[in-house]
Design a protein around this ligand. Structure first.
Ligand code: PXP
Length: 390
């Protein structure tokens, strides 16, 4: 548990400790301390005064105290230390500053955490300015995160309607009709992957979808000149760049963004000039996410495949942690965050519950269910799960 939180003595009215714990977790992620561990103690003014006298020889209550734990010779160890907050003082200060108590508590947490990370406003005026800047920046990021809409949207990938049609080379089932049914059932967008080998979606599908999709058309594509030219002509609402190999059954891994920054930046620029924001499909790998932000992507889509295919519960938890920290990292870098690949009715909810994730892209599981229960019902059932996750 990276954040332990408890209240000591009588604190009334009670404070929502779980909410404060979530704020602390976010702060660890926003400050690049995903491995960091933190202990938070809420006390009243009397106990704060005792602590302040005992450890700082100041016989008065204060708002926050930090007790760093990191050894000078082990600066990267997990344990950051303790933050003690006086709930009485926080409440008084919130009233004086006319801000909600939660906002004041967040600021005190930020202040305490920056002390644990080595900043000290009492050391010099320059450091006081630096610390105040960081406090403001972190507070803003927290507020942005809180303003996020409460649930992710669901975009439906209709490639496999076309896969079924191509099995006989005829005209049915038609992905264009399927897209309409998905939208009527509540999907926020339609995703198609125009592959270079045209194994499922065809150019005709894309042209008609462009005319008929009422929500948002997301074109998955390889960053090749042929497909970029098509995208520039069709102008989908967004494009998702994916790696593409002819032999693969489906997209197998995320893009190697850090290894082809220049090429991808150029495609992002071309599409961006045509008003098409770009998402990069990446594994939840900090290097790839940082590279995506550095070359100007608007979104990343986190590849959920390894989480979905995990062979054991322990492996699934590990993969989930990577997704959670990847989502926080991407969001912290100013990227919009989507996720997809392999999500189904059993595994979608933990991913949908990640607050940074704005949209899920799901195809195969919905189409597989649609064959048995109908497309409208399959989409609605998935929506119920996604909407119920937060
Ligand atoms: N996102 C991307 C980038 C994909 O390539 C795919 C598969 O086409 C999906 C999401 C949807 O995956 P699934 O069909 O497994 O739901």
């Amino acid at each position: 548990m990276p954040v332990r939180i408890r209240a000591q003595g009588r604190i009334s009215p009670a404070i929502d400790l779980e909410k404060l714990r979530r704020v602390a977790l976010r702060l660890l992620q926003l400050t690049g301390q995903r491995e960091g561990e933190l202990s938070i103690l809420l006390v009243n003014d009397q106990e704060m005064q005792d602590l302040n006298r005992r450890y700082r020889q100041r016989d008065q209550a204060t708002n926050v105290l930090s007790f760093p734990m990191r050894e000078a010779d082990a600066p990267d160890s997990g344990l950051l230390g303790d933050i003690v907050i006086s709930a009485d003082t926080a409440r008084r200060e919130a009233r004086e500053l006319k801000v909600p108590l939660g906002q004041r508590l967040s600021w005190l947490l930020i202040h305490g955490l920056l002390h644990l990370l080595g900043l000290d406003h009492e050391r010099s005026p320059a450091e006081a300015i630096r610390m105040a800047d960081q406090e403001r920046g972190l507070q803003q990021r927290l507020q942005q995160l809180e303003r996020r809409p409460n649930m992710p949207s669901l975009a439906i990938n209709i490639d496999h309607v076309a896969t079924l049609r191509q099995a006989r080379g005829g005209s049915e089932p038609d992905p264009v009709l399927a897209a309409g049914i998905c939208e009527l059932a509540g999907a926020c967008g339609i995703v198609v992957h125009l592959r270079e080998d045209r194994r499922h979606i065809q150019d005709r599908d894309l042209r008609l979808l462009r005319e008929t999709v009422k929500t948002k058309l997301n074109l998955e594509m390889a960053a090749t000149p042929e497909i970029v030219a098509i995208a520039l002509g069709i102008k989908p609402e967004m494009a998702t760049l994916v790696p593409e190999k002819r032999q693969e059954l489906t997209t197998e891994g995320g893009l190697n963004v850090s290894g082809q920054k220049k090429r991808l930046a150029e495609v992002i620029r071309q599409l961006g000039e045509a008003g098409i924001p770009v998402s990069l499909f990446v594994d939840p790998d900090p290097r790839q996410i940082a590279a995506a932000a550095a070359i100007g992507a608007t979104f990343v889509e986190l590849h959920t495949g390894r989480y979905c295919d995990a062979a054991s519960e322990a492996e699934r938890e590990r993969e989930f942690e990577l997704l959670a920290s990847g989502a926080a990292q991407a969001y912290g870098l100013g990227l919009k965050v989507n996720a997809g690949h392999g999500l189904n009715y059993q595994n979608v909810q933990p991913v949908a519950a990640l607050e940074e994730i704005g949209e899920l892209s799901i195809g195969h599981a919905v189409m597989a269910r649609a064959i048995l229960v109908g497309l409208d019902q399959a989409v609605r059932e998935m929506l119920t799960l996604v909407n119920g996750a937060r």
